[in-house]
Design a protein around this ligand. Structure first.
Ligand SMILES: [Zn+2]
Length: 177
């Protein structure tokens, strides 16, 4: 990205700067509702990887749950500490080491709603004036980001992987997986 260029996700087109902080709760709630509906499908759809290079819907949900919890912690830390640096989430390692092995679709639905609800409450509770404080954020490239951007990143992760989960359903129904 060069100076003056608007930053967007190369995969889903999400533009962080287009998400206003006041709109974050509504988008988190909408995305979570859609994800929970996908988790209510047959286990064969939810828990099976459609191809070797994609996660299952359950794994995407587990990842988003963990990201939303992490985003909440990072936002709170950034309003208190001076420019903290978030630890990586180790997304691939969590799956590879089996930390999502015991997740059932029903539990994931509950946990995803809880994680999303916690982030919504956090966004609504940021003390006035602290939303411009910053932290070092490693994704998509290491940069100093304001708390408002970190909140938008929560929306991005949810909507991006909701798209992945919806694609899994399409691949399966079209017989491609
Ligand atoms: Zn994206």
């Amino acid at each position: 990205m060069t100076a003056g260029e608007i930053e967007s996700c190369p995969d889903c087109g999400f533009v962080w700067d287009h998400v206003l902080i006041n709109d974050v709760p509504r988008r988190l709630e909408l995305g979570t509702r859609s994800f929970v509906e996908l988790l209510a499908q047959d286990d064969a759809v939810v828990s099976v990887r459609p191809s070797f290079d994609r996660w299952s819907i359950a794994e995407y949900a587990g990842h988003v749950r963990d990201v939303l919890l992490t985003v909440r912690e990072r936002m709170i830390a950034a309003t208190i500490a001076d420019r903290p640096t978030g630890l990586p989430i180790f997304r691939e390692e969590r799956v590879a080491l089996g930390y999502y092995r015991l997740d059932t679709p029903m539990e994931l639905a509950v946990e995803l709603q809880a994680a999303s609800g916690l982030l919504v409450k956090t966004v609504r509770s940021i003390p006035s004036g602290l939303e411009t404080r910053t932290m070092n954020y490693g994704f998509p490239s290491p940069m100093e980001r304001p708390v408002t951007w970190v909140a938008a990143q929560g929306v991005h992760e949810l909507e991006h992987h909701l798209g992945d989960a919806e694609k899994n359903v399409l691949l399966r129904s079209s017989g491609l997986a």
